[in-house]
Design a binder for this molecule. Structure first.
Ligand SMILES: [Fe+2]
Ligand SMILES: [Fe+2]
Length: 136
């Protein structure tokens, strides 16, 4: 059972970004599946690496658009990205540094809640601005 399924409420009406959000949701679900089917640490580690790297890549994509078009809400938005990247980086470090560390339900809940709240709150805040600039 996926933790999270993408639905129209999560759309920012920009296809390239919706696709990236779908991929992030997919990675969180893969992590959840790997956890519940008792996959090895190395499999979990690989998915966790992938999630961290793709998150960084996705944030950069958004931030490059902010810079390119002079989005006025950039500063606060980037702050949210930075805090989340830091937190996921810490969780990843904890995972790597401990031999029997499991990715807990609380961590999975944090990842899904953050992503949904960020997309529906902060990310939707750039939709009209970037669409008006012709971003697709
Ligand atoms: Fe986003
Ligand atoms: Fe964002």
């Amino acid at each position: 059972m996926p933790l999270l399924t993408w639905n129209e409420n999560l759309s920012v009406k920009i296809l390239s970004i919706d696709n990236q959000h779908k991929r992030l949701i997919d990675l969180i679900n893969q992590l959840q599946d790997a956890m519940s089917s008792g996959d090895s640490r190395s499999v979990l580690g690989e998915i966790f690496d992938g999630l961290l790297n793709y998150t960084i890549e996705h944030f950069k994509f958004e931030q490059d658009l902010f810079a390119k078009y002079g989005f006025p809400g950039a500063e606060d938005h980037i702050k949210e990205h930075d805090q989340f990247t830091q937190k996921v980086g810490d969780l990843h470090k904890q995972f790597v540094g401990s031999s029997n560390f499991m990715i807990g339900v609380d961590v999975m809940k944090f990842l899904t809640d953050w992503l949904v709240n960020h997309i529906q709150g902060v990310d939707k805040g750039y939709s009209d601005f970037l669409i008006a600039k012709g971003v697709k």
